[in-house]
Design a protein. Structure first.
Lengths: 556, 106
């Protein structure tokens, strides 16, 4: 059985979506509006082919001059001139202007065929790009000839066994202005550029891929200094590896609340709370602990600058600068409005792929709402969690709860997605605000159902047992007062106890002396009694003696 | 404006103008053969003895395809007199060929 072979594009993410790349030895049509990235896409296909897969390629440019192309892609770090010198890539600019040409009868495009064929043969090219071949339609007038010739060209490319990309400008109702999709039937990829809420997102969709399974979704893609990367994170399968290893939260008392050891590695943790409840501090301390244990972390900050976070964390005895210096910690700070949501996801996954962290923090995800709707944010986070779980990366999100309502739901509704959910809430009592920390949920482990007071001090974060008094939960100074009261009563009780002890001792001494005097009394009494006994005996003996002597004398 | 001047000049030196033409063809294809026949006919009729015609078979000299910006074939390039003009097709439309070469029809 012969299966369709594929040519990897080398474009990050695309080969995953297409399960291997573009159909080998066949033409693929890339269509999209002006500025949608068609040229860059095809150029990357060639450059990766030349550099990674040892497949030389020919780029036929109908619109841009070779020098312009070289300059345009130089910003991505591709040295086209060098690649041309190394005979890995051949740029050929086709110059065709209608006003300079007179059509005097039947013709065909043999010139292009010979030219292309020569270039392919001289390089041993495996890849060909025709960008944008539709320019021929503006240069030449005879449509019938052009269409027949294009059909012949695509057949010829197949015979040449080159994997080709043909780009086409998007038409009003058709995929391409000249209906090229009719000729290229193997694979059609559509690039789009969409602006919503003033934020643009680039989107890629595989319209058709004959003889292959492929993702049919719209995949966002990013063009940055490293070229194109497509985001394939839409596979929502739930078959991740799970770990039973634990990660400490950096707050010993919190670990204790979480079954004594902390979070699961590869889990997702949500820390939500109202403004100023210390969400960032929890995140900072979590990262600090991880870095201390030699783990790698990325902190995605959407609200504060890295310097700000480092400074603020310093005030609670968490030194993040140290971890930045030894390369364990990386910050990525950007305003949410910098990118569309998808771009955020993409840049996060890109950074994660590069840095390979054990832990990442997103602080706060609530700000992402400004660039998308709640459901979009949820979908983004779902995919992000999926992606991170597959990579066994622990993630901590912080979320701002706008109002301290009792329903305790986060605006993103993502609490059902995460593995552990910590809620930090204000407890207002006696004219002061204190923080209470709850473990709302923690999948797969025994966790405390108790509320703890969460204290941020110079030494760091601490969880204090709240005082359960007759008036309910006491926190802050009320707790302190109660503690003082307790202390006093303890001292008083201690005092009372010692006094009683002394009295007992005294009583004992008194009794003991009494006992000894009684003993002596008894002994003297005993002596007395004994004495009379002896006297009686003596008397009796003497009297008996006397009587015997008397009887003896009478007998004499 | 420049075109008008050129045209004016062209008319002026019409008699001794020498035409340098280069025709690119592909072997013995139908279009190529027709183009050669049609062009020769036109030249003989309108600019007899005032032209040089080079015929290039691109199949034999493939490297020239890129250098000469060849796409559609057959292609006739009028190298001189200036301006350079490009004519494609089998040269069957005599009127267009003459216009392209800047030869006045009589």
């Amino acid at each position: 059985m012969k299966v369709l072979q594929k040519t990897p594009t080398g474009i990050r993410g695309l080969d995953e979506i297409t399960a291997g790349g573009l159909p080998m030895g066949r033409p693929t049509l890339i269509c999209g509006a002006a500025g949608s990235g068609k040229t860059l896409f095809s150029m990357e296909f060639l450059v990766h082919g030349a550099k990674k897969y040892n497949e030389p390629g020919v780029f036929v440019a109908f619109e841009e001059k070779s020098e312009e192309l070289a300059i345009n892609v130089a910003s991505l770090g591709y040295d086209l001139n060098q690649l041309q010198e190394d005979k890995l890539i051949k740029l050929d600019h086709v110059h065709i202007v209608r006003s300079e040409i007179e059509e005097t009868g039947e013709y065909n495009l043999d010139g292009l065929f010979i030219r292309l064929g020569y270039a392919i043969d001289s390089l041993g090219a495996k890849r060909v790009v025709l960008d944008t071949i539709e320019s021929l339609f503006s240069g030449l007038t005879n449509q019938a000839i052009l269409r027949a010739e294009l059909r012949r060209l695509f057949e010829w490319l197949k015979e040449k066994k080159v994997t080709a990309i043909i780009t086409g400008e998007r038409g009003a109702e058709t995929l391409t202005r000249q209906g090229l999709e009719e000729y290229v039937s193997d694979c059609v990829i559509l690039l789009d550029h969409r602006v919503e809420n003033k934020i643009s997102t680039r989107i890629l969709r595989i319209v058709k891929y004959r003889g292959s399974v492929h993702g049919t979704n719209e995949y966002p893609f990013l063009i940055d200094e490293e070229g194109i990367s497509v985001l394939p994170v839409t596979s929502l399968r739930l078959d991740h590896q799970v770990s039973s290893l634990r990660v400490s939260s950096g707050i010993p008392a919190l670990d204790k609340m979480l079954g004594g050891e902390g979070f699961f590695k590869g889990g997702s943790i949500l820390v939500s709370g109202t403004a100023g409840t210390g969400k960032t501090s929890i995140a900072g301390s979590f990262i600090n602990e991880a870095c201390k244990n030699g783990k790698r972390c990325i902190y995605f900050a959407f609200e504060e600058s890295p310097q700000q976070i480092v400074r603020n964390m310093h005030s609670i005895n968490v030194n993040l600068q140290e971890h930045l210096d030894n390369g364990l910690l990386q910050f990525s700070a950007s305003r949410p409005t910098l990118n569309g949501l998808e771009m955020h996801l993409l840049s996060i996954t890109k950074m994660v792929d590069k840095f390979k962290p054990d832990i990442i923090v997103l602080d706060p995800i609530t700000n992402l709402i400004t660039v998308g709707t709640a459901s979009e944010v949820k979908s983004l986070l779902t995919r992000l969690i999926d992606y991170l779980q597959a990579a066994q990366i622990t993630v901590m999100f912080t979320a701002l709860a706008y109002n301290d309502n009792k329903t305790e739901q986060t605006d993103e509704g993502i609490s059902s997605l995460v593995d552990a959910w910590l809620l930090v809430r204000d407890i207002e009592l006696n004219g002061e605000r204190n923080r209470g920390l709850y473990v709302m949920k923690s999948r797969g482990m025994k966790h405390s159902n108790q509320v703890r007071e969460f204290v941020i001090s110079d030494e760091g974060l601490k969880l204090v047992e709240v005082f359960l008094g007759p008036e309910g939960v006491l926190t802050g100074s009320a707790r302190e007062t109660q503690l003082l009261l307790e202390k006093t009563s303890v001292a008083l009780r201690d005092h009372a106890v010692t006094r009683k002890d002394r009295e007992i001792e005294r009583k004992r001494l008194v009794l003991e002396s009494k006992i000894s005097s009684l003993k002596e009394e008894f002994e003297s009494l005993q002596d007395e009694l004994n004495k009379s006994y002896i006297e009686d005996d003596l008397k009796k003996n003497i009297m008996e003696d006397n009587r015997r002597q008397m009887t003896q004398k009478r007998d004499e | 404006m420049s075109e008008a001047l050129q045209h004016f000049g062209g008319e002026h030196e019409e008699e001794d103008e020498h035409y340098v033409l280069r025709l690119f063809i592909t072997g013995a294809s139908m279009n190529s053969i027709r183009a050669v026949i049609n062009l020769k006919e036109i030249c003989e009729k309108y600019i007899k003895d005032r032209y040089t015609l080079e015929i290039v078979d691109v199949h034999q000299e493939k490297w020239r395809a890129e250098k000469e910006q060849l796409i559609a074939l057959p292609l006739l390039i009028k190298i001189s007199p200036l301006p350079e003009r490009r004519l494609i097709g089998d040269m069957s439309d005599t009127e267009k060929v003459l216009r392209g070469l800047g030869i006045p029809q009589n």
